[in-house]
Design a protein around this ligand. Sequence first.
Ligand SMILES: [Zn+2]
Length: 82
Amino acid sequence: MDPHEFKASEPSAQMDRPVATRKVVDCSEHPSASNCSLRISGTEDEVLSAAIAHATSPTHGHQDSPELRESIRQIMHDEHGA
Ligand SMILES: [Zn+2]
């Protein structure tokens, strides 16, 4: 037993959390009847909830549904450095 060999259990060294990619939903890229040009960017969760709130607002008048969420995910894309 060499005391110098003692290894303290290291605290988790995984401090490098992945940088969340910002997502964008751009209404103007998405064919809609309302000619809307709103652009929403943020984390995926933020964009999704904001886009749902927007899509279900009188501007678009959609109904919240799994299909709506799916279509929002389909038009969501990574934000590129401007
Ligand atoms: Zn819109």
